[in-house]
Ligand binder design. Sequence first.
Ligand SMILES: *Cc1c(COP(=O)(O)O)cnc(C)c1O
Length: 355
Amino acid sequence: MIDTTIIDIQTTQESRLAETNFDELIFGRTFADHMFVMDYKEGKWQKPTIRSFQNMSMSPASSVIHYGQSIFEGMKAFKNENGKFGLFRPDMNVKRLNKSAERMCMPKVPEDIFMEALTTLVKLDKDWIPKGEYSSLYIRPFLFATDEYIGVKASDNYRFMIFTSPVNAYYAKPVNVKVERHYTRAARGGTGFAKAAGNYGGSLYPARLANQQGYDQLLWTDSKEHKFIEESGTMNVMFVIDGKLLTPSLSDSILDGITRRSVLELVRDWGMEVEERRISVEEVLKAAEENRLQEAFGCGTAATIAHIASIADDEKVYDLPAIETREISQRLQSYFIDLKKFRIEDKHNWMLDLS
Ligand SMILES: *Cc1c(COP(=O)(O)O)cnc(C)c1O
């Protein structure tokens, strides 16, 4: 048996840190010095390794390319002005990765190995974690099929990897969204709850059409009737109507966001009324018309909170209240920043301090 808890580490000979301009990062284009790699062969996880971030070679017949057995996670490491750094709820990411793995017929990554890989990699590249107020080190764990075989079946071989990327603020501007009444991101019984690569490939075309019409994001609706709200772009979505926080309840077509869960826990702590249920487009637009829609925002790791400036449906545009008036989303935004920068008490034990 290979002892998979001992990572074989070869540090880089040529760090790119000194030549990286942290003030001009383009989201997802700059990668830190190292990456984690662990293969799955003959029913077992093989030796875990850390190497310098580099290209890899693959057979053109690699099954992931043809049939899309590929899943991923997204998380972040934060660092404060005193150099203290850590992760936000990483235990939730490993659990979700393994849920996605099950749906896609892939082997689970043992939780202890995932955590060891993640914390070792982040500590090794800690100088890549930016300190800026809205900056962080984006972390991308992913798992994909590597059989060199083009028959349609679940692969026998896989590769699990993690690399990281320093990032600044994601969505600086509030977004204008369009209700999607035709295309579908995820259907009942499908893979929408999994962070499976194909879900994103399929969402690009409708998103491009919306961009061409001048919108930033789509407000996805249910696949059957296109009446009920699901998500916004690649984020979960929340509304404040009449002082209550509303969000679509989870289903197999909605991604179980860690930011979503955290927002719900926080606002409940703050004594706010929360409803997780089916929410119709009708209901939200009616509230907007009657000036009862106080706030709308997307929530996810990349942006944390993305204010929705307007909602368009069938050419009709509903402008939402000014950002300055949005108490809940503003309070959430500053709470998350203060927590991730270790400035406030961590009541829920959400931060994993790595410094
Ligand atoms: C990742 C993701 C989210 C947000 O999940 P977080 O864990 O909060 O980052 C929401 N919707 C979709 C479709 C996603 O892929």
